[in-house]
Design a protein around this ligand. Structure first.
Ligand code: GDP
Length: 474
């Protein structure tokens, strides 16, 4: 081979390597936000795009450059696989069902082969592959981030404040008195102590679940795995709870024996920080390129003022990790790699299309501060109202002589086709009084009959995909 050809072949090899690109997307949101449905639809849309060319806002698809895509085994073998085939089987079965919700971290990988479009690059290589890795994990785990900056005493103080807020005091009295009656100085056999701690921790954790399920209380003071333990269910590292006695908190803890209840609880808290929170964020912040955070805005709008305020705080906390530059302590621990963040309002198929922009504006107001903070760090942030699996179609009706856009779907109870108007979605934040007057009803529809052989019906998944990975298809 002469020198020029050798040079050509070398540069071609280098460019080839450069063109074979990997992109890691993380999907998160609080439980019920729609992560499993979203991840299933994302994979489904990518698998169908080369055949159906249906993603009209995905440039590579519109330009007819998607050649083929397939599911493949992901490289991080320690992360459980996202069971796409099972999720799709649920959605497309004779009696369609939603797949099981996200309770742990999971991952899937899709390889997309495409025709290179770039003027120069295509001279050296006509086609290339984008490997899309999708990681799905509970948003509750993101809320643990501030715990890294706290010790056990700080955390206990934060819990006291949380449990005694005007709203929670009434329903947290029982668990508070149970925990307060503990003898923190006592030293006992470690097996007996572990058993006792497990019992109380179980009660504490289930109280927090009750607050969430019965009072729509999305508190901030929880370690994420108290709500969604993932693979840590029954692990002793979760068997701790805060000290709620102010007098114990004001003592010098050097006087406590290493085997005392207090010291054992403190050790568990530290163990949780070191062995659960840190590795998760290390993996998560250093290896993710693009992030999507899902918010079930429909259920926020149905729940009222207090839940809205709660959820707004929680979502702000959840997004705080992405404005990492603001916290130097965090920067020292991890070096984050996310350069694009999408915040999406889910289940917008329950809303008539002429109100989607109001839904998006409402959510934008809710996350405005957090969005600004993240954007300030140079991360590109976008908001959108989407539906992973659309269960309805829009219909125009007339009400008292006025045209009204509604949604039509299948009623879950009767299986009949019904037309529904959910009410008017606000496009801004509301006062307490306005919340009282708000009358919205996003009754879900049944999933319509879906075919395994066609792409799932969706709303704006193509725009989401374009934002998240469109630039990778050069
Ligand atoms: P996760 O807990 O975040 O994984 O949430 P899931 O993906 O399991 O979704 C929770 C529930 O929300 C599902 O069981 C569905 O009832 C509903 N859901 C999720 N995505 C959609 C959607 O795109 N449209 C509609 N109408 N409902 C959805």
């Amino acid at each position: 081979m002469d020198l020029i050809n050798k040079f050509k072949s070398k540069s071609s090899e280098l460019i080839n390597r450069g063109l074979n690109r990997n992109v890691r997307i993380a999907v998160t949101g609080l439980s019920g936000a729609g992560k499993t449905a979203f991840t299933t639809s994302l994979i489904n849309q990518l698998l169908h795009a080369p055949m159906e060319k249906h993603l009209t806002f995905l440039s590579v698809n519109v330009q007819n450059r998607m050649l083929a895509s397939k599911l493949s085994q992901h490289e991080e073998l320690h992360i459980p696989a996202f069971d796409y085939n099972n999720a799709l089987a649920h959605l497309t079965s004779d009696i369609p069902q939603w797949p099981d919700s996200t309770r742990n971290i999971s991952q899937a990988q899709i390889k997309c082969r495409f025709k290179v479009g770039h003027r120069w690059a295509k001279r050296l290589q006509s086609d290339s592959t984008v490997t899309v890795e999708v990681v799905d994990y509970p948003g509750e785990w993101l809320l643990d981030l501030p715990l890294l900056a706290m010790d056990y005493r700080d955390w206990s103080k934060a819990c006291i404040k949380y449990l005694n807020s005007a709203r929670r005091q009434q329903y947290s009295e029982d668990i508070q008195s149970k925990i307060k009656s503990f003898d923190y100085k006592a030293v006992q056999d470690d097996v007996a102590l572990s058993k006792e701690l497990k019992e109380i921790a179980n009660v504490y954790r289930s109280s927090l679940m009750t607050y969430r399920n019965e009072y729509n209380d999305y508190g901030l003071a929880l370690p994420g795995r108290f709500i969604l333990p993932g693979s840590l269910k029954e692990a002793p590292t979760l068997d701790f709870f805060p000290v709620l006695n102010e007098d114990v908190l004001s003592l010098n803890w050097d006087q406590f024996e290493q085997q005392s209840t207090l010291k054992v609880l403190e050790k568990r808290f530290n163990y949780y920080k070191e062995n659960v929170i840190k590795p998760f964020f290390e993996e998560y912040f250093t290896k993710v390129d693009r992030q999507i955070v899902l918010i079930d805005t429909c259920s926020v709008l149905e729940s009222g003022y207090e839940t809205y305020q709660d959820l707004k705080d929680t979502v702000e906390k959840l997004l705080e990790g992405f404005s990492y530059g603001r916290s130097n302590w965090l920067k020292r621990l991890f070096s984050p790699s996310i350069d694009k963040l999408m915040i999406a309002a889910t289940k917008v198929d329950l809303v008539p299309p002429d109100q989607h922009s109001a839904m998006e504006s409402f959510m934008q107001k809710m996350v405005a501060q957090a969005k600004n903070n993240v954007g300030y760090e140079g991360v590109e942030v976008e908001t959108m109202a989407i539906s992973a699996v659309a269960t309805s179609e829009p219909v125009a009706t007339e009400h008292e002589g006025v045209k009204l856009l509604c949604v039509k779907g299948i009623e879950e109870k009767t299986g009949e086709s019904v037309i529904h108007y959910p009410g008017r979605v606000p496009d801004k934040g509301l006062s307490r009084q306005e919340w009282k007057e708000l009358k919205l009803d996003f009754t879900p529809f049944a999933i319509p009959e879906l075919s395994k052989d066609e792409a799932l019906p969706h709303i704006r998944m193509d725009k989401v995909i374009e934002f998240l990975i469109g630039d990778k298809f050069i």
